[in-house]
Design a binder for this molecule. Structure first.
Ligand SMILES: N[C@@H]1[C@@H](O)[C@H](O)[C@@H](COP(=O)(O)O)O[C@@H]1O
Length: 244
């Protein structure tokens, strides 16, 4: 595991964007696994700027998002579809046919999950997966006590996650209680993983995920078993690490 500690959020975002841009430059038809949440916003802004100013080309890039709320239409401003369009895709030259995000309204969820996994395999697997981390250690929407062997599936969200994400909704009662998420197995099959965490509120969970026991109780701890993980933290998030 390679851990970078950057001075602040802006530098963290630049570092993450630089790693993604290098991946795309080395392999223009890369398959990228993408995350939502507040943490990767700066990285998406940097990548959009690199597209405008340095011709970073997304024409052949394929993307698979980690997760989507269950029950929200794509047009809902709280959906991850909307987030991706508004914060990243509309600023770069990615082709719509190359964008994949779980369908939160799929009539047959199991079939949709199976198809999502098949598509990832068909595209040759994920070259680089970006991850954030939830306060409870979730990655994607893989909540504590998840099965490590799970692939894309319907998830029941934890109370803690619902509370953490309530800030994006008018009221906590509007936060969906379920989501479709890549599973831990899907994530662990990515060739390379980049985990981002910023801020004081991620300090404890980062320490436990990177230096604690590997256990389904803390889903992100499984990353200790992957052989190509880059962790990018700001100083605040790195503050609890003992080995830095
Ligand atoms: N499903 C997403 C995760 O993919 C994300 O990593 C996490 C942390 O979000 P943030 O970056 O806003 O702290 O929250 C959400 O629940």
């Amino acid at each position: 595991m390679k851990i970078y500690v950057e001075e602040n959020y802006q530098k963290l975002s630049k570092k993450a964007a630089y790693i993604l841009a290098s991946q795309v430059r080395l392999k223009p038809d890369s398959v990228l696994g993408l995350a939502t949440g507040d943490t990767p916003l700066g990285m998406y802004r940097e990548l959009a700027a690199m597209h405008q100013e340095e011709d970073l080309d997304f024409k052949e890039v394929k993307t698979f998002n980690l997760d989507e709320y269950y029950g929200l239409e794509k047009e809902n401003p709280q959906s991850y579809h909307y987030y991706m369009m508004e914060n990243f895709f509309k600023y770069v030259n990615i082709q719509e046919k190359n964008i994949h995000i779980p369908d939160g309204q799929a009539p047959d969820i199991e079939e949709a999950c199976r198809r999502y996994e098949q598509l990832i395999r068909l595209m040759g697997g994920i070259d680089l997966q970006v991850l954030g981390i939830g306060r409870n250690g979730h990655i994607g929407f893989n909540e504590p006590d998840v099965k490590f062997e799970a692939t894309t599936h319907l998830v029941q969200l934890d109370e803690d996650t619902i509370q953490a994400n309530a800030r994006f909704f008018d009221s906590i009662h509007k936060v969906p209680t379920q989501a479709i998420s890549m599973g831990i197995k899907t994530i662990m099959q990515a060739k390379k993983i980049v985990l981002l965490a910023s801020g004081r509120e991620k300090r404890e969970v980062i320490q436990r995920a990177l230096e604690g026991k590997i256990s389904p109780e803390l889903p992100a701890s499984v990353l200790q078993l992957h052989n190509d993980v880059v962790v990018i933290l700001d100083r605040e998030a790195a503050g609890g690490l003992k080995e830095i």
